[in-house]
Ligand binder design. Sequence first.
Ligand code: HEM
Length: 262
Amino acid sequence: MTPLDTELYPDAASRHGKTSEAYQIARKALRDEWISGLTGAVLAAFIWFHLLFESSILFGRSVYDRLALLLEHPLPLAHITLIVVGIVFFVHFIWASRKIPGKLRERKKMLELGVSIKQAAGRWEQDTKSDISLRKHFETSLWIWQVRTGMAVLAAGAFHLILITWNVFTDMGIVGQNPGISADIAVSRVASGLWILYAVLMAAVVFHMAIGVYRLLVKWFADTWFVRKYARVFYHFLLWFFLILGTATTIGLAGPWEGILV
Ligand code: HEM
């Protein structure tokens, strides 16, 4: 504690010195924000490339296979990416989930808050064009959906990561199958019923990623030259672009739209 030594408070200590408890708590909170934010940003960048590469199935199995080969030879990029993404996914889950309400009572409160925000406008008679009209709280709703989709991504994403790691590193116990991703294996897997899981994972991850990028931009850049309005435009672009691309890709991998663009 840094002594203030003023006439009024001769023995008072500053609450803001570098050794103060408040400073230490703030420093730890900032470090936690950095870890969850940076790992989230890395995962978001990964998801952009992943969904773009997967969409190559819309150009047919040969284009998909050529791309898969490029990612595995001569450099084992797919193998390295899988290990790195696996670690980053785990670290992000540990750090970001500190914000997930842990107790049943807190989760109930969050549910109530979600419902309350949804019904807020209906509780008031108001001129919706007025500047001071009560609006649905966009930011809070986004945060609630980020927590909900994060939990869905954790369950479905962990399964997907384990399955793909098994596929990339081994023959999966199938005689005659080479380790690695191929269009034949991917399509047969998705078409045989996994499309349900992939549709849920794709929608959850795209929502989570778009909200996450929006929140990062607002948290670290808004109120500089980069105003909130630009962040909202980018959020809507990310959400709709990847939702449409991801839906088309899932239908492509499930069969009906395979090679539809050739
Ligand atoms: C590929 C998958 C994922 C991507 C692309 C991703 C992306 C992001 C991004 C960019 C953020 C914003 C960070 C911030 O606001 O500082 C974020 C936050 C968050 N993520 Fe993820 N994430 C993924 C997986 C997960 C998983 C598995 C969980 C599991 C619980 C999760 C839970 C959360 C939560 C609760 C937050 C909010 C943290 C806060 O309010 O600051 N995410 N994510």
